[in-house]
Design a protein around this ligand. Structure first.
Ligand code: TXA
Ligand code: MG
Length: 364
């Protein structure tokens, strides 16, 4: 079946499923949850599970129907390919037909962990996983529950973030249910995802060039250190195959979000001025800001405030980011003003997510 680019499979809303939740409260819960998750996956079902980045919505990557149901549950555009999760390098041959030397170097350095490699695809992988591309995105998660589920299922598992298409990624089981209750079979609740931001996605272009398709939990600086001198890391240009996770509208709250980017002092001053102006126009205003911004607010300001964390702790900010976006979206505001720390290191991924969540951006 051919579809126009961007067509949504199952846009009418998918068939209703009963969604069960298994909570991991202690080590004694793990074995039963893992074997249940594996059984559902082997039967072609949909299981949301925690990874070290965000929650994934998993299905058997070798099963066309199971993969199609991921797209239906998320209402995901058919031209947005999925990441396949495997247990380790030894299983790479099941999903990829080749692994160039630079990819091998990166895998050896960062797997298990939040790095996704785009490689030539094996024909065994369900075609919908790759959304018509000749490549497949692969990663080896480090989260113990994710690893145990992959081992027990004995299958490569396609798993996008476990949220509705274009919404904030899910970092807790509650977020998964907010978006997907009644659309998937099982949620494994292993507590909040640690990194809070998705994996870094890279492609290899020849012997000396790595293309950064999506900024993520592994920073550009970490990639450069692992690759050493002589290897160029470039951002995806127009000649690269589009990585649809890089589309403009993504992670978007329902509330209008104005993102203000710039150096800390000028962006903070502009954010406070914009917020004061909106209050004067009788708007309900919410702020998504750093701990330092919150401390600088005048008493009795009248804003709803969601604090992301200290400016010098991008890990804390990344951990909170998607949860904070969801919370502030529920605050009943007319407008959200947001600011993020400097876009270096992990700050690059935070800046990327906020600029794509934004209805409009003010760049100073
Ligand atoms: O951390 C993560 O990567 C999480 C967890 C669950 O593993 N998964 C995740 O999946 O973020 P998703 O579907 O939300 O994002 C997948 C990203 C998108 O940006 C997509 O365009 C890109 O990977 N991607 C997948 N396959 C690709 C391919 N063959 N070529 C280029 N980009 C690809
Ligand atoms: Mg996603």
């Amino acid at each position: 079946m051919t579809r126009p680019p961007g067509a949504i499979i199952g846009a009418m809303s998918p068939p209703r499923r009963h969604t069960r939740v298994l909570h991991i409260s202690g080590p004694e819960d793990i074995a039963a949850a893992v074997s249940e998750a594996a059984a559902v996956l082997r039967a072609g079902g949909l299981v949301a599970f925690p990874t070290e980045t965000v929650y994934g919505l998993g299905a058997n990557a070798l099963d066309d129907a199971a993969v199609a149901s991921i797209f239906a549950a998320k209402e995901r555009a058919a031209d947005d390919p999925l990441i396949v999760h495997i247990t380790g390098l030894a299983a790479l041959g099941d999903v990829a037909s080749a692994c160039p030397p630079l990819a091998l170097r990166l895998a050896a350095h960062f797997w298990p962990g939040p790095l996704t490699l785009v490689l030539p695809r094996s024909p065994r992988v369900a075609a919908a996983v790759s959304a018509g591309l000749e490549t497949v995105a692969v990663r080896v998660p480090s989260h113990p529950l994710a690893r145990a589920i992959l081992e027990a299922a004995g299958l490569p598992i396609a798993a996008p973030s476990a949220n509705r298409f274009t919404r904030a990624s899910a970092t807790t089981a509650a977020h998964v249910l907010e978006d997907l209750d009644g659309r998937i079979d099982l949620v494994i609740d292993g507590g909040p995802a640690e990194a809070g931001i998705e994996s870094t996605v890279v492609a290899i272009d020849g012997p000396n060039r790595v293309v950064l398709l999506r900024a993520g939990a592994i920073t550009r600086e970490q990639l450069a250190a692992a690759l050493g001198p002589g290897v160029e890391i470039t951002a995806a240009g127009p000649r690269e195959k589009r990585s649809p996770g890089m589309m403009a509208k993504h992670y978007a709250p329902r509330t209008r979000l104005v993102y203000i980017a710039g150096s800390a002092d000028s962006a903070r001053a502009r954010l406070f001025a914009e917020a004061a102006g909106a209050i004067q126009r009788d708007q309900r205003v919410a702020l998504l800001i750093s701990a330092e911004d919150a401390a600088a607010l005048a008493p009795g300001h009248g804003y709803t405030v969601e604090t992301l964390g200290p400016e010098d702790d991008p890990q804390a900010i990344a951990h909170q980011l998607f949860a904070a976006l969801r919370t502030i979206d529920h605050a009943g505001a007319d407008v959200i003003f947001a600011r993020s720390p400097a876009p270096s290191g992990l700050g690059a991924a935070i800046h990327d997510r906020l600029s794509r969540a934004a209805t409009e951006a003010i760049v100073l």
